[in-house]
Design a protein around this ligand. Structure first.
Ligand SMILES: Nc1ncnc2c1ncn2[C@@H]1O[C@H](COP(=O)(O)OP(=O)(O)OP(=O)(O)O)[C@@H](O)[C@H]1O
Length: 310
């Protein structure tokens, strides 16, 4: 078996009485693209800092490619983009990237790194004059200049507009197609859904879900059916609706019913047959947002691990 890109074992970090990271086990295989999701304060950035060896764990360990994180970083195998990581404001973009490139043994050319980050046209722009989104992409160029096998990105698209985000993920796809392992923390559920092949959700310092986007969404499997029963028949219909096939959850507000079904086709067929006064029927699939809310609004210390020991 190839050495994992990242191995976190019983990893913990306390700040006083706060368990910011509360015993995490995680193996990231080489070539995986993993999204780290979680509400504010869940422990994502602290986990990333521990993974990169930037902070010492209270207990447990983190290794990159089987070695101490700092060794992997010095060897240029790991590139990182952290929240608030600064570039020297009075240098140009290309000078900033060249400074970092000089610290590595076999870096990409500065032009190549800028090309990968989609910022070739900003080469001579002063860092202090960059917009928030341009600065993020310049920091991405710095992260890739060592030609890393593993990229760790903390909210890489924060401050980017929609077009910049799309462009960023296009560059990222080129890297992942070549087998680069990527771990990124994000608040954008659609990014995790679209670009990651594995999603880990953290809440209150713990991993509460770990699986493919489809597996995470399946936590809130089923579809919602919403309809009204007109003509004053809502009371009489309520019992029938409750007994429809595959109904899991039923709510009623006056003559409007909302139910969750594990098999919306058969529920709908029976509804139309047995409640002919049902009107304005809407069927909606549950989304990544629903899964995220379900997993992170549960008691913070409850685990819903979907797949273990991936
Ligand atoms: N240096 C520190 N000293 C004390 N508490 C800290 C420190 N760094 C983080 N924390 C706390 O640890 C918890 C986890 O923070 P962390 O930044 O890892 O969360 P996060 O999931 O990255 O949040 P966000 O999405 O807001 O960036 C928070 O309660 C935070 O206030």
């Amino acid at each position: 078996m190839t050495t994992p890109a990242i191995q976190l074992s019983s990893l913990r970090k306390d700040f006083g009485h706060l368990h910011a990271v509360d015993g995490i086990d995680l193996t990231v295989r080489q070539g995986e693209v993993l999204a780290l999701l979680g509400p504010n304060g869940a422990g994502k950035s602290t986990t990333i800092d521990l993974t990169l060896g930037l902070s010492r764990p209270t207990a447990g360990s983190a290794t990159l490619f089987g070695a101490d994180p700092r060794a992997a970083i010095v060897s240029g195998r790991v590139g990182a983009m952290l929240q608030g990581g600064a570039l020297l404001p009075e240098t140009t973009v290309s000078q900033s990237i060249a400074l970092v490139a000089a610290a590595h043994r076999a870096p990409l050319s500065v032009a190549d790194a800028m090309e990968r980050a989609g910022i070739s046209e900003l080469a001579h722009q002063r860092v202090s004059k960059l917009s928030g989104g341009q600065l993020q992409r310049a920091r991405f160029a710095v992260a890739v200049v060592s030609d890393p096998q593993l990229l760790i990105l903390d909210e890489p698209t924060a401050a980017m507009d929609v077009e910049s985000r799309r462009e960023f993920w296009r560059s990222m796809r080129e890297l992942t197609a070549q087998g680069t392992t990527v771990v990124f923390a994000t608040h954008y559920l659609d990014e995790a859904d679209s670009y990651a092949d594995r999603i880990v959700i953290m809440n209150a310092g713990r991993i509460v879900a770990d699986g493919t986007p489809a597996e995470v969404k399946a936590v809130v499997s089923g579809r919602s059916l919403r309809f009204a029963v007109t003509g004053g028949g809502a009371d009489a219909a309520a019992e029938v609706i409750r007994s429809l096939p595959a109904v899991r959850d039923l709510r009623r507000l006056a003559d409007v019913f909302t139910l969750v079904s594990d098999d919306s086709d058969s529920t709908l067929r029976e509804l139309l047959r047995r409640v002919p006064d049902a009107r304005d029927i809407e069927i909606t699939s549950h989304s990544m947002d629903d899964a995220f809310l379900a997993l992170t609004s549960a008691a913070p210390r409850t685990a819903h691990t979907i797949t273990e020991g991936v």
